[in-house]
Design a protein around this ligand. Structure first.
Ligand SMILES: C[S@@+](CC[C@H](N)C(=O)[O-])C[C@H]1O[C@@H](n2cnc3c(N)ncnc32)[C@H](O)[C@@H]1O
Length: 389
């Protein structure tokens, strides 16, 4: 069975607008540019044969940048996409090309519908392989690809005009300056509150993460990647995913990884996402680490719930944050409560929780076996996803 279709592209200077004649996946620019040519649609595998025809003037098609340049301001190009059924068995069992995805890569999901993303490109959870791959959600008909150095899987990854502003602490870390100085002095200041420092903190976390050795670790809110690199160097995990909402933190993470020769052989993938909407399959991740981050999230409850959702049964979550300590605790319960409310409302101060509240948060989100280590205002908590009944 051969179905023919055509999409018309209007090229105005470097702006390309794809007009769909058919409500098919072919309209995605990422999809076109990455040459995904086999996809399951309505239970069948369709192979697309895409060719570009140009009218009027010379036209250049730059695959990686999705840019079309034309010698005239109004050039019309024609893209012919011909879907051909390559077999009639159910798509899930026979789609060999889309099946580049291995069990490791199947964990990546669409941030909108959580459907596993179809991957076209080399397998592997490392920056190079992910950068050379295109990801596609067949249900939402949306494509995702590596921007700059990270795979952008935020809800607004494909937005051109629409914007949202996050909580101040999330926005603060998106700044290039803060991302640059983070590991060059900013993070060192945490010692004031009792943070032992990355080398010691990683050892403490590794102790809790022992049951997950050999699995995939997700470093949520990785910042400049100070823990991502240490976990990768430890050799404890088959892959480490560095995830942050800040584009500049991820760029900084990439720069530090690039400078460290010992990391070239380790699988490290860089993903941009919101902790409140993690683009991973339910029960797919062995270990999650979130250093000094809970207090930065818009909703810590949404973040911890998401982490709980993506953890495998028996998976481990380790987090560090600030708790109320000598700074706000004057030994008077009522005063303590008022100060805590004030800190919560103003969103000022390093943290506004006490140990029991954090344990309750983890419990509410479906985690068990909660342990903690406290040092002044610093707290490290570990919790597990219950084993399946
Ligand atoms: C204080 S830094 C922690 C960096 C590193 N993990 C550490 O231990 O030093 C907090 C990080 O949380 C990130 N962050 C804030 N809001 C986020 C969100 N909604 N989703 C994911 N990351 C977020 C920031 O971009 C920032 O990199």
């Amino acid at each position: 069975m051969v179905v023919e279709m055509a999409t018309t592209m209007r090229v105005m200077s470097s702006h390309v607008a794809l007009q769909r004649r058919f409500s098919l996946l072919i309209s995605s620019r990422n999809f076109l540019s990455r040459n995904i040519d086999t996809l399951p649609i309505q239970g069948r595998n369709l192979r697309f044969v895409i060719s570009y025809g140009v009218t009027k003037h010379h036209l250049m098609y730059t695959k990686s940048e999705h840019v079309m340049r034309s010698s005239s301001r109004r050039t019309v190009a024609r893209a012919m996409a011909t879907p051909v059924v390559v077999d009639s068995e159910p798509a899930s069992t026979v789609n060999k090309e889309a099946e580049v995805s291995t069990s490791d890569t199947e964990l990546l999901c669409c941030p909108i519908c959580f459907e596993p993303l179809i991957r076209k490109g080399p397998a592997g959870l490392n920056q190079a392989a992910v950068a050379r791959s295109a990801f596609f959600c067949a249900r939402c008909r949306k494509g995702y690809s590596t921007r700059d150095v990270y795979l952008d899987l935020t809800l607004l990854a494909t937005a051109k005009e629409y914007q949202e502003i996050q909580k101040p602490r999330t926005e603060l870390f998106r700044s290039p300056l803060v991302s640059f100085v983070y590991e060059r002095g900013w993070r060192q200041n945490f010692s004031i509150y009792g943070f032992p420092g990355p080398d010691e903190e990683v050892k403490m976390a590794q102790d809790f993460l022992k049951p997950t050795v050999g699995g995939v670790l997700l470093d949520v809110s990785c910042g400049s990647g100070l823990f991502t690199r240490r976990f990768a160097q430890s050799g404890d995990f088959k892959a480490v995913i560095a995830l942050d909402f800040s584009e500049n933190m991820l760029r900084q993470t990439y720069e530090f990884i690039k400078q460290d020769r010992s990391l070239t052989a380790v699988d490290i993938a860089l993903v941009r996402a919101d902790v409140g909407r993690l683009p991973f399959a339910t029960g797919s991740i062995d270990a999650v680490h979130a250093g000094a981050a809970l207090h930065c999230w818009t909703s810590p409850a949404a973040g911890v719930s998401e982490i709980s959702r993506i953890l495998k049964p028996g998976g481990v979550f380790v987090a560090t944050t600030y708790v109320l300590g000598p700074l706000l605790d004057f030994g008077n319960k009522e005063l303590h409560k008022i100060l805590k409310q004030a800190a919560l409302i103003s969103r000022l101060g390093p943290g506004y929780w006490d140990d029991a509240e954090l344990e309750e948060l983890f419990q509410i989100c479906g985690l068990v076996d909660i342990k903690s280590i406290r040092h002044r205002n610093f707290i490290m908590l570990s919790a597990c996803k219950p084993e399946q009944a």
